[in-house]
Write a protein that binds this ligand. Structure first.
Ligand code: SAM
Ligand code: SF4
Length: 366
């Protein structure tokens, strides 16, 4: 390792940068010790949210990051720019907490878009208030959205999110459809005793609106620490329940580093493909070996793995006057140390005594 050549893995060492003489766009890579390259950037913009999903947040008592600890719009844009220009990041997704809670979300998207006209910029959101902002977001350069929706029953929605806002979410989804965003993906977490008999109903609802539904296995990232392996609604169980109402066959396109395994959906005995459904088996069918993510928390820390407790501050050095190259160096070093799987080189979620990370999903950025 050392001198930078196109398509060669860089360790992110100082030597690499010096020998290269200058940093050429996309010639360095966010490589790790296991040969993975991260080119998919998730940026959390805020830890606050207007829902309280049981698998994510507590009913109350969450402590928020002080406002001055959050990346400002220009800081988030600068870090995204370093990701794309220096590390060849191919995709940027803004998340949270709830990214729509940020009033300057349009400015952040516009800032990244003006520097990088071709990079896909997407949002993971609960869609509350999206109907009022979708035009401004699309004008700013938003290309895609994922909306979280676990049920289309009002009572179940209220039980799962602790808020009576189902209509607002649906209004947001419909506005995104009218704005022409495509594909719109819907993320659903199945919870035992709450929505775990509603898989086919939710799929029918999504297919009817041209939305791509993806089921996500519940991960031990809830602030209440109530996750229990025994309660997990597994990918296998979800597939089984869907097959009571639909034929599922593996979607022919290769999966690559995508976390979702895609299935073509047909009516039972039917020949027409109605659409696809994705299943993200984050717990039972690990895809860590193909992980291409690099994450930034709302307070500007790199997190190489969702499950890790290790975080590396980029915002502090940035505020202290570090150059883009210096920030890139810190970032590359953090990613080089990315653990093998589930925040560890040795342990998995199935290892007895597994301890979840300290920060919960909304604090990390999902
Ligand atoms: N508020 C936005 C939303 O809900 O889409 C963005 C942030 S949220 C943390 C991002 C994604 O993480 C959502 O799709 C949510 O369903 C998912 N999520 C949250 N907690 C989870 C958990 N414990 N296990 C699996 N997925 C989870
Ligand atoms: Fe909020 Fe998203 Fe967490 Fe639900 S999953 S509480 S919408 S951050």
């Amino acid at each position: 390792m050392g001198r930078l050549e196109p398509n060669r893995v860089c360790t992110g060492s100082v030597k690499c940068v010096e020998e290269a003489g200058e940093i050429v766009s996309g010639t360095r890579e966010l490589a790790d010790r296991f040969g993975r390259i991260a080119d998919d950037l998730r940026i959390s913009l805020i830890d606050k949210c207007n829902l309280r999903c049981t698998y994510c947040m507590p009913a109350e008592g969450m402590t928020w990051l002080p406002k001055e600890h959050l990346m400002s719009a220009s800081e988030a844009v600068r870090i995204a720019d370093i990701g794309v220009r220096i590390f060849g990041v191919k995709d940027i997704r803004f998340t949270g907490g709830e990214p729509l809670v940020r009033k300057d979300l349009e400015d952040i998207i516009a800032g990244v878009r003006s520097a990088h006209p071709a990079v896909p910029i997407s949002l993971t959101t609960n869609a509350i208030g999206l109907d009022k902002r979708i035009d401004a977001l699309v004008n700013a350069g938003l290309t895609r959205i994922n909306v979280s929706l676990d049920t289309v029953r009002r009572e179940t929605f209220r039980a799962m999110t602790r808020r009576d806002r189902l209509e607002a979410v649906i209004d947001g989804i419909d506005a995104a459809r009218r704005a022409g965003l495509h594909p719109i993906k819907v993320n659903a977490v199945m919870m035992r005793g709450l929505n775990d008999t509603q898989e086919a109903e939710l799929l029918a609802w999504c297919l009817g609106r041209g939305l791509q539904l993806r089921f996500i296995e519940q991960m031990p990232l809830d602030a209440d620490r109530l996750w229990a392996r025994a309660n997990l609604v597994s990918a296998r169980e979800i597939r089984g329940r869907l097959r009571e109402s639909y034929d599922l066959t593996p979607h022919p396109e290769p999966r690559g580093s995508a976390p979702a395994q895609l299935w073509d959906v047909r009516h039972l005995g039917g020949s027409d493909v109605l659409g696809q459904v994705g299943i993200i088996a984050s717990v039972t069918e690990s895809f860590c070996a193909a992980c291409s993510r690099t994450r930034l928390t709302a307070d500007g820390h790199v997190r190489s793995c969702l499950f890790s407790n290790e975080e590396t501050d980029l915002l502090g050095p940035m505020r202290a006057g570090a150059s883009d190259e210096e920030i890139a160096e810190i970032w590359a070093g953090a990613m080089w140390a990315k653990p093998r799987a589930y925040g560890s080189d040795t342990v998995t979620l199935n290892t007895p005594g597994y301890v979840p990370p300290e920060r919960s999903m909304s604090e990390i950025g999902g």
